[in-house]
Write a protein that binds this ligand. Structure first.
Ligand code: GLN
Length: 538
């Protein structure tokens, strides 16, 4: 079958959850046996979100092939259980970079280079790139931003042209907001009407409207919206606030979103999507009441999206263990020796978060010393692992001024340091150790037992590394380097075998945790936290 292109646009306001709607639709189509991928086109001028701090854009997600990507790609993977690549996330910056490179090479043969057709052609080429591989029946393209933004205009123009060129093989799903005016006790459809008008002015007629709302939208109102917007009444579906994002695929299916979409691209929907394993997960989620309490020590605790993939990996692991995740954010800048017991005392497990820079680092050391000396299940991720190493060096090896050269370039004990090849790099964008690397785990280690394997592959995003000059001293004192890259011998995992569960990974296992295949390491960490909780409660 010809690849079908589904475009997901947004209107009225941002943050309506286009990523969740795109992911849910993909999840349903996949459960019907189709091969589906989702890509995000972001209108900002950064080449990729790698140089954006979490205050700007939440977590930076990393793909297997080492692309620093928008956090929506994390949702795509969690919902579809299929890895994404750098081709799944394109920004205006990348489009312009490609166009300008072509201009410099002379590819445009002396023509004046313009937004239409050169920029729009480049966008179209990128939209169709994954479809052209022949690997997918459906390519869902989420257009970032809101209709009406100046910066998304070239993307929408490219969508208009593709719809014209590919006709029945394309479809536009427009997500809007229906606000509830409490004083009038009324839902209002006007913003939706206006945003559809804006889209129509750009030459795009949506086929399906998804209405985000906090209150049930009745049939009468849906009919009214359908009539004003030239959309079939059954193609106006609501997306009520759900208790969990993982319920959205089922809520969409109940309103026949998958059937409507298939019908519109000329495919007769046969049977039902196989949502068995997904529904089992939801049932577990709804029936777990006993909590497991995990503390996440980091410096971005006020930002709900900064540790998105860690939150989701913990949630998935807790759900499969039949527990309700009680996640507490602990501000690393506010942890000190006087309050650490009070802050961490009733936790069943502690995560020391990834991050960059000095801020909040001392609090992480204080938390780690407390966890180590109280034998609390503890999981250090990336910077969290590096902090485990530094804390151990300072307090067990007696190297008081041990540090990472990221925090103190002149430390006499550079237990975490840059690799030689990193030292000459000055550009910030895309120059870290990025993407999936092989890791060999020591047989008999806790981490190998957790994976049930000795050869794994996980994703990285960091510059600094464990300094192998110190390896023997750490091992002799009880901190074992139980995971290493087979080619470079870089240390990827450390653990304290003497402890309940004290493991640090230089990589980020959270990126590969999905609903249908949760990360074994998170699953094992949660199991250890539950065992510790039960032990405390006897
Ligand atoms: N700042 C550390 C490094 O660059 C850790 C990065 C991270 O936690 N993602 O090595």
């Amino acid at each position: 079958m010809e690849t079908k292109y589904i475009f997901v646009t947004g209107g009225v306001v941002s943050s309506l959850g286009k990523g969740i709607i795109s992911s849910s639709l993909a999840c349903l189509l996949k459960a019907r046996g189709f091969r589906v991928t989702i890509q995000k086109f972001d209108p900002y001028i950064n080449i990729d979100p790698g140089t954006l701090n979490p205050y700007e854009h939440g977590e930076c997600y990393v793909t297997v092939d080492g692309h620093e990507a928008d956090l929506d790609l994390g949702h795509y993977e969690r919902f579809t259980n299929t890895p994404t690549t750098r081709a799944n996330n394109i920004t205006t910056g990348r489009i312009y970079q490609n166009v300008i490179d072509k201009e410099r090479r002379g590819d445009y043969l002396g023509k004046t280079v313009q937004i239409i057709p050169h920029v729009t052609d480049e966008i179209k080429r990128n939209i169709m790139a994954l479809g052209k591989t022949g690997d997918f029946d459906f390519v869902i393209t989420e257009i970032g931003g809101v209709v009406g933004d100046i910066e998304s205009l070239p993307f929408l123009e490219a969508v208009r042209q593709l719809r014209w060129e590919l006709e029945k093989d394309t479809l536009c799903v427009h997500l809007t907001y229906v606000p509830y005016i409490a004083a009038a006790k009324e839902l209002k459809t006007k913003p939706t009407q206006h945003s559809v008008k804006q889209l129509q002015q750009l030459g795009i007629q949506p086929d399906v409207l998804v209405l985000r709302t906090e209150h049930e939208i009745d049939t009468q109102m849906r009919k009214k919206i359908a009539q004003f917007c030239n959309v079939a009444p059954e193609a106006v579906v609501q997306s009520l606030d759900a208790k969990s994002i993982y319920k959205v695929p089922v809520l969409m299916h109940e309103q026949h979103l998958d059937e409507i979409v298939l019908g519109k691209v000329g495919i007769i929907p046969l049977g039902q999507p196989d949502l068995g394993p997904w529904r089992e997960f939801l049932t577990k989620m709804d029936t777990s009441s006993e909590p497991v309490t995990i503390g996440l020590v980091g410096k971005y605790v006020e930002l709900q999206d900064a540790y998105k993939s860690i939150n989701e990996a913990l949630f998935q692991a807790a759900t499969y263990a039949g527990r309700k995740l009680d996640l507490r954010y602990i501000h690393s800048e506010k942890v000190n020796p006087d309050n650490v017991g009070a802050q961490l005392g009733d936790l069943d497990g502690v995560i020391i978060a990834p991050g960059f820079g000095q801020r909040g680092i001392e609090g992480k050391f204080v938390a780690l010393e407390w966890c180590r000396t109280h034998d609390v299940p503890t999981f250090g991720i990336c910077l969290g692992m590096q902090c485990m190493v530094i804390e151990f060096a300072r307090n067990v090896l007696g190297l008081k001024e041990a540090n990472s050269t990221e925090m103190d370039p002149h430390t006499p004990y550079n237990v975490i340091d840059l690799m030689e090849e990193q030292k000459s790099i000055h550009n910030m964008g895309g120059t870290m150790r990025l993407g999936a690397y092989d890791c060999r785990l020591a047989p008999g280690s806790k981490v190998a037992a957790a994976y049930g394997a000795t050869d794994v592959k996980e994703r990285h995003r960091h510059r600094f590394e464990f300094n192998n000059d110190y390896r023997e001293r750490f091992e002799q004192a009880g901190m074992k380097c139980v995971g290493e890259n087979p080619a470079t011998h870089l240390v990827e995992v450390v653990e304290l075998p003497s402890h309940r569960w004290f493991i640090g990974t230089q990589y980020h296992p959270e990126y590969s945790s999905t609903v249908l295949s949760p990360s074994p390491l998170f699953t094992d960490f949660i199991a250890a936290a539950i065992a510790y909780r039960d032990e405390k409660n006897v």
